[in-house]
Design a protein around this ligand. Structure first.
Ligand SMILES: Cc1cc2nc3c(=O)[nH]c(=O)nc-3n(C[C@H](O)[C@H](O)[C@H](O)COP(=O)(O)OP(=O)(O)OC[C@H]3O[C@@H](n4cnc5c(N)ncnc54)[C@H](O)[C@@H]3O)c2cc1C
Length: 385
């Protein structure tokens, strides 16, 4: 176990879109910053790892000299910035415990490698993960298609791709129905479907007339395979072909689909927020004020884990900057008050010395007429004697 005595100004947990922007802003605000980037497991489970192609960044493509690579590696860039590198500590570890000291108000953080750190403020940017559809109890058959963008999770990022494709949502609750309706209204794909993957639909009654009017087909059979070549095209979901969905049914059928959106909910990485008892909504996101501060003073949240926002890279960036700037303002206020208090003390001391000096001069005149370097300390005695 390692106990660091340093109290960092800001600790940032997570190194996706929000975490990296938080680090950048914090270091450039000249705050002593420690960042926890997670380990192989948290990275594999984070959305950041699966964004291979960002399509909704205006200016990234439209210029004569487009922004193709802003910085190759944010952290390496900061470390190379002389004057700021010493403000940045980079821990490639996962924070496993977070607590708030009731006396100091500081946060104690512990990592998977049993190291402990302290910070005045924390930015939690651990994100969320979309729940994957399962085929025969496993997500593995879906992954090659997800990696190539045939199965998607982010409607705002990829919904437009449905324009010329047979499109589906996967899910059996309100989200699957409403997203199917929205995609139809926006893009009128050649066909729009909902795969409930063996589950009984729980669509809100108000969606039913729309599903019917837009001829959105609800497919209830369990998906048992995917037809296509992930590198080229997804062609169809292979389904159990049984009227009564009997378990022992061996017949299969194909239902064409080229693009599918998984609408099965999310896993919110909110364990650390739970440890300090931050308020959390029904989806698992942390409830925050507009600057991103949670119900726990000093604990901020940015990115997909915050209860507001668009689950996008640009909102994660914006939220991280707002949060870090708010912490910076509070830290500067603390510094300012301390500075003024100290400078008042110094002023008072100088004034006292001046007063004592004046009195010493009196002493000088009154007594020997010679300067006594210790007379300040004896002045009271001298004056009143
Ligand atoms: C397939 C796909 C495509 C997308 N396409 C786009 C797009 O084109 N445009 C767009 O704007 N958005 C897109 N998004 C959404 C975007 O990826 C997210 O909005 C964004 O990544 C959220 O950032 P975040 O920082 O909140 O979380 P993430 O980026 O998920 O980062 C979370 C970080 O936290 C770390 N972590 C987790 N737990 C711990 C811990 N305990 N200790 C330390 N570290 C920890 C992880 O290692 C990771 O670094 C897409 C998402 C997916 C899945």
């Amino acid at each position: 176990m390692q106990n660091q005595e340093i109290i960092y100004d800001i600790a940032i947990i997570g190194a996706g879109a929000a975490g990296q922007m938080g680090v950048l802003r914090s270091v450039l605000n000249n705050k002593n910053t420690i960042a926890f980037t997670g380990d192989a497991q948290t990275k594999r489970k984070s959305r950041a790892t699966w964004v291979h192609k960002v399509v909704n960044m205006p200016m990234a493509a439209d210029l004569n000299r487009p922004i193709s690579s802003a910085t190759k590696d944010t952290f390496e860039w900061i470390k190379a910035e002389s004057g700021f590198a010493d403000k940045f500590t980079d821990m490639q570890e996962t924070v496993i415990s977070l607590e708030k000291d009731k006396v100091t108000g500081h946060f104690n953080l512990k990592t998977n490698l049993d190291k402990e750190f302290k910070a005045k403020y924390v930015l939690l940017a651990t994100g969320i993960m979309d729940i994957q559809p399962e085929i025969d109890g496993s997500i593995k058959p879906v992954l090659p298609y997800a990696n190539q963008g045939h199965v998607d999770y982010c409607v705002r990022c990829d919904g437009h791709k449905s324009k010329q494709k047979i499109t589906a949502t996967i899910g059996h609750t309100a989200a699957a129905a409403w997203v199917a309706i929205m995609l139809y209204e926006r893009y009128q794909p050649p066909a729009m479907k909902i795969f409930t993957n063996g589950q009984t639909p729980e669509f809100p009654p108000e969606t039913l007339p729309l599903l019917e009017a837009y001829k959105i087909k609800v497919v209830r059979e369990p998906i048992i395979g995917i037809k296509g070549d992930p590198k080229e095209k997804m062609e169809a979901f292979i389904l159990k072909d049984c009227d009564n969905l009997a378990e022992d049914c061996n017949k299969t059928k194909e239902e064409p689909v080229e693009l599918a959106f998984a609408m099965l909910g999310q896993i919110a990485y909110n364990d650390l927020a739970k440890q300090v008892r931050a308020d959390i909504n029904s989806r698992g996101n942390i409830i925050c004020n507009p600057k991103g501060e949670s119900s726990v003073t000093g604990l901020y949240v940015a990115g997909d884990l915050r209860d507001t926002g668009k689950y996008q890279i640009y909102t994660a960036w914006d939220q991280a900057v707002d949060s870090v700037d708010d912490m910076d303002a509070k830290l500067r206020l603390e510094y300012r008050e301390e500075f003024l208090k100290k400078s008042k003390l110094v002023k008072d001391e100088i004034q006292e010395e001046v007063n004592v000096g004046n009195e010493s001069e009196l002493e000088l005149d009154k007594k020997t007429g010679e300067f006594d370097p210790h007379c300040n300390e004896q002045s009271d005695v001298a004056i009143h004697s």
